[in-house]
Each structure stands twice: as structure tokens, then as C-alpha cells.
Design a protein around this ligand. Structure first.
Ligand SMILES: Cc1ncc(COP(=O)(O)O)c(C=O)c1O
Length: 386
């Protein structure tokens, strides 16, 4: 065993996991081909529908978020299918490559990384590619701290062209507005280790009726991520085709209960307020958020480094001296930005302790801070009423 003392985990996933959820993982092992599991699986599926705000079928895969995204690609994209995809960071770029790996033609709509391609650009792309099969969108680009602000209108465009709408919401579902049925999303993907506040290891997908029909009539060339196979096993026996990670199912079930107890709406509001507290406080400290104001994520706060600030030293100090973990940038933004994951259980304590540690670490490194940010954040956090 290791002797790590607890960190405050403020990276964009995995996030802090409550003892209640961790404890659920010590539930004794059950047979995954028994009624014990069938009852659990059914409950978890139904509760997942609640947090996705959908009546669609749910798929729960024992894999990280990438596996869920890959499943959403290999089950829907076929050779030479044209897929429109806004690209403004590492995850959307990765997704466009996955589409090509599956034989599709990725029609990339690029924008600067500090913003999001506009809905008008997406419409234009459909105008030029009327036969496009789907729009794949990374709702919250974790690598850049940006968020698509037109997702509620995306289906107006896709439905005009009979295209599918697929959404990677790995880093914001359960912490941001995302009514899957209201917004007509065909496939929506998330993972357990971010706003859901459970350990990493499960990916969850909702699949609409028409996406399901396509997959059943055009089975994918994959065994493990085969969605029709998952659906069949659920319908016939309420089981999964392969051995599920039982401890993660127990943990996810508990995390779902906690979300439902808090109320999804309250939880989404809490995320919004905490992110606003971070943005306002950091700006008052003289830090510049990376994303343009209308593109700012509500769960991932990406911040530019101040001149002379060293990524390794700053984050090392935060981790070693203050046991607060924040993330660096990656891909094109490595060394240029740092990122705070403001999701999951995030609340007043997390925001204020993180800001205090940032302020102290900056002071120790001789970086000028205009204001400690704490009182500004605290003022904002007063509107959290639960
Ligand atoms: C938007 C987005 N998509 C996909 C992934 C991949 O998830 P995982 O690292 O769990 O495989 C991540 C992970 O951070 C993400 O933020």
C-alpha cells in the first residue's frame, strides 16, 4: 500500500471522489450473471437516464471516456461517410482522427483554440456537404477550457439534413446543461471520473432509437465496443456481454444516488457558480483565462501563465506544499496554460482552498498577484444555497 495523504484533486478528471462513493467499491463481489447484478444494472441504467435527461437506451462500458467515444464512432461511421466536426483542441482533433480511422471522411471546421467554431460555420459546412451523415461535437473541449454555446440549436441544423447528432460530453455531463432528449441528441457520451465524481473506468452512452436501428441493421466490425450486442444482452437477460467492472458499477450507482439527492438542476447551478467564482477571482489576481468570454467552460478553467511563470515549478509547489493538484496544458498548449477542473463535488471549500494555495504558491515564486482572489470568490459563492 502507498502512504499518500489526500490531495485536493482539481484537475479536469479524475476529480475528488467522496468516501461514500469510494466505500461502495468495497461491496462484496457478486456474480455478473445473477439476479444480484441484474437488479443493479437495471437501476444504474434507469438512474443514468435521469442524469442524461433521456428515455433513450443506455450503454455502460467498462472503459475510460476514449472507449466510449470510440464506440460512438465505430458503431455509426462507415466507409466514406462524411462527418462534420468542429475542431478547437486536442479532444476534437483526436475525435476527427478516430472518424478517419473508421473509414469516414472528417469535414473539419477549425477555429482558434480559445474559441468555438460558430453554428453558422456548421450550417455552411452542411450546405456544402448536404450528404453528411452526422455532426460530431465535443461539447466541452477539456484541453482548452472551451464550451460550445450553441448545442441547444445543433439539432435544428442536423435534422434539416437528416444527419445524426453525436456529442462527447465526457467532461461536463452532470455539471452543465444537457437535456439529451430535448436537444435531440442521437448519441451522448460521458465517463464516470469527471462531473459525476466517481472513479475512472466506466463510459456511459445514450443511443437514440434511429441510431440504434442503424447499428442493428449495419452491425459494426468490433466485438468489445459492439453496441447492438450490449443492447441485445440487456434486452434478453439484463446483463452485459462481457465481465463488467463490478466495483465501478457499485461506485457509479452510489454517485448517481448522490446526484439525484442533490438534484440535477442544483448540481448544474453549483458548477456554474463555482466556475464563475474561479474566473472572477483569477482575473482579479491578474490571471487571464485562456478562452474568450463567450466560449468559457463551466467545468474546466484554462488560464494563461503570467510572464516568467514556470509550469513545472508552479504546479510542483501547489502539489508538494499545498496538496492541491491542478493540470498543465497539453498538445499545442503545453507550458502555455494551466487548467483547473471545477467539477464533481466542487464547492466553496474546493474553490477557496485552491485559490488560497495558488495565491501562496505565486507569492513563494515571486509572482506578483494583484489580489488574493478569495474574497471575490467567496462573494460569488454566497449564492450557493445548498
Ligand atoms: C472531452 C473529452 N473527451 C474524451 C476524453 C477521454 O477520456 P479518457 O481519458 O477517460 O479516456 C476526455 C478526457 O479528458 C475528454 O475530456
Amino acid at each position: 500500500m502507498n502512504n499518500l495523504s489526500e490531495y485536493l484533486v482539481m484537475i479536469p478528471g479524475p476529480t475528488n471522489v467522496s468516501h461514500r462513493v469510494m466505500q461502495a467499491m468495497t461491496t462484496p463481489i457478486i456474480n455478473h450473471r445473477s439476479d444480484d447484478f441484474r437488479v443493479l444494472y437495471k437501476q444504474v441504467r434507469e438512474k443514468s437516464q435521469k442524469i442524461f435527461q433521456t428515455e433513450n437506451d443506455m450503454i455502460i462500458l467498462t472503459t475510460s471516456g476514449t472507449g466510449g467515444v470510440e464506440a460512438a464512432v465505430v458503431n455509426l461511421v462507415r466507409k466514406n461517410d462524411k462527418i462534420i466536426i468542429p475542431v478547437n483542441g486536442e479532444f476534437s482533433s483526436r475525435l476527427s482522427t478516430m472518424i478517419e480511422n473508421a473509414g469516414g471522411i472528417a469535414v473539419r471546421i477549425n477555429s482558434n483554440y480559445d474559441e468555438v467554431p460558430s453554428i453558422e460555420k456548421i450550417e455552411e459546412a452542411f450546405e456544402h456537404n448536404k450528404d453528411a451523415k452526422a455532426l460530431y461535437v465535443v461539447y466541452n473541449e477539456t484541453s482548452t477550457g472551451t464550451r460550445v454555446d450553441w448545442l441547444n440549436k445543433a439539432a435544428d441544423v442536423t435534422s434539416k439534413y437528416g444527419a445524426y447528432l453525436v456529442v462527447d460530453a465526457v467532461s461536463n455531463l452532470a455539471g452543465d446543461d444537457l437535456p439529451v432528449d430535448k436537444w435531440n441528441i442521437d448519441i451522448c457520451i460521458t465517463a464516470t471520473q469527471k462531473a459525476i465524481a466517481a472513479p475512472p473506468g466506466l463510459a456511459i452512452l445514450s443511443v437514440s432509437k434511429r441510431a440504434k436501428e442503424f447499428m442493428i441493421n449495419n452491425p459494426p466490425n468490433t466485438l468489445y465496443f459492439n453496441i447492438p450486442r450490449f443492447l441485445k444482452y440487456y434486452e434478453q437477460n439484463t446483463e452485459t456481454p462481457f465481465t463488467p467492472s463490478l466495483p465501478l458499477f457499485f461506485a457509479y450507482n452510489e454517485a448517481l444516488d448522490m446526484i439525484i439527492e442533490e438534484g440535477l438542476e442544483n448540481r448544474i447551478k453549483r458548477h456554474k457558480i463555482c466556475s464563475e467564482a474561479f474566473y472572477e477571482a483569477l482575473e482579479s489576481m491578474g490571471f487571464k483565462p485562456f478562452a474568450k468570454p463567450n466560449a468559457r467552460s463551466r467545468t474546466v478553467i484554462a488560464v494563461n501563465y503570467k510572464d516568467g511563470m514556470d509550469d513545472k515549478k508552479f504546479r510542483g509547489l501547489l502539489s508538494k506544499e499545498f496538496r492541491v493538484l491542478v493540470a498543465g496544458g497539453f498538445g499545442e498548449l503545453k507550458g502555455k496554460v494551466w487548467r483547473i477542473g471545477s467539477m464533481g463535488d466542487v464547492n466553496r471549500y474546493h474553490v477557496l482552498r485552491t485559490l488560497s494555495a495558488i495565491s501562496a504558491a505565486a507569492h513563494m515564486l515571486g509572482i506578483r498577484i494583484d489580489n488574493d482572489g478569495v474574497s471575490i470568490a467567496d462573494e460569488k459563492l454566497k449564492s450557493l444555497n445548498h
